[in-house]
Design a binder for this molecule. Structure first.
Ligand SMILES: C[S@@+](CC[C@H](N)C(=O)[O-])C[C@H]1O[C@@H](n2cnc3c(N)ncnc32)[C@H](O)[C@@H]1O
Length: 281
């Protein structure tokens, strides 16, 4: 069996935004894109040789590849689950419908705020338009919709509002990231420093998760917090009272991605008691 079955594929290095934290800056706007024929041959061989069954199309900005719909169609024909992450600028209704017809399974739209003032690092993006596009996708297609949010000092105190907006547009999943110090982010480390907004972020997430649990929204929306936030959310779940609440929180919210330890290493404390991972109390 193959060692990996999921691939992240950059179908262009071109980008139409200039994000201040872009981790991919060193690989952007290179003028070295593969031709569509090459991409197609590559996908066919990934399926045949390695049994790849999931491909995330990215870039650069993947919608700047004018053959993106054709590529999605090929993935569908090959029975490979297609996923696409986009800044949404070129996501017209026509494009959404074409991607849907070609069988796109999941779309991730990058939105860092409720309004442009919280989205300051995604220079050239229009947040209001993006929320409308999320709504359109949910109301008119079966594409699973994910919102990607990178945290910063401009949006840390807006996490609850972003969450409310995500509920309003009925997205399926919310993925929250801290800034990875790569590419452009490396040049702005001080300004992007997580410690400047960490506590505010955690307060907002506690409020968010409390609301999420109180309103039993677990089957409506997945929330996934990544990076430096994971550990704290594991060790200090937001004021959960009953066993049922705790059970829901751990099982659904933190079960899969936030704690890789669960997958491979459980802990036995000095008193002989076992926990699923070292960060569970
Ligand atoms: C590099 S972009 C490429 C796809 C597309 N151009 C877009 O903006 O969505 C993919 C995702 O990475 C996120 N991202 C970029 N730089 C990051 C960083 N330094 N740390 C964490 N996430 C980052 C973006 O917000 C976006 O959701």
């Amino acid at each position: 069996m193959s060692l990996f079955t999921s691939v992240r594929l950059e179908i262009t290095s071109k980008c139409n935004l200039n994000c201040k934290y872009c981790h991919n800056l060193d690989f952007a706007n290179k003028n070295n894109d593969m031709t569509t024929e090459k991409i197609k041959a590559l996908l066919i061989s990934l399926k045949k040789e390695l049994g790849v069954n999931k491909v995330l199309l990215t870039g650069g900005e993947p919608l700047l590849n004018s053959d993106v719909v054709e590529i999605v169609q090929l993935l569908t024909d090959l029975k490979i689950k297609s996923d696409l992450v986009t800044n949404g600028k070129l996501l017209t209704e026509k494009m959404i419908n074409n991607l849907s017809k070609a069988g796109l399974k999941r779309i991730r739209i990058s939105i860092d705020g409720v309004g442009d003032e919280h989205n300051k690092y995604r220079i050239g993006s229009n947040v209001e338009e993006l929320w409308e596009k999320c709504k359109y996708i949910k109301n008119n297609t079966k594409i699973n919709t994910v919102v990607h949010t990178v945290s910063s000092m401009h949006n840390a105190n807006k996490m609850f509002d972003i969450y409310k907006k995500i509920l309003e547009v009925k997205a399926d999943r919310w993925r929250i990231f801290d800034v990875g110090y790569e590419g452009a982010a490396n040049q702005n480390i001080k300004e992007l420093d997580v410690s400047t907004y960490y506590h505010e972020f955690m307060d907002q997430m506690s409020r968010t998760l409390r609301h999420y649990i109180e309103h039993s929204l677990i089957n409506k929306l997945d929330i996934e917090a990544n990076g430096v936030f994971k550990t704290n959310l594991l060790t200090k779940p937001p004021m959960l009272n009953t066993y049922e609440e705790k059970n829901k929180y751990f099982k659904k919210i933190l079960n899969l991605s936030p704690c890789a330890y669960i997958q491979h290493q459980s802990t036995i404390r000095s008193d002989g008691k076992g926990t699923l991972c070292q960060f569970f109390s």
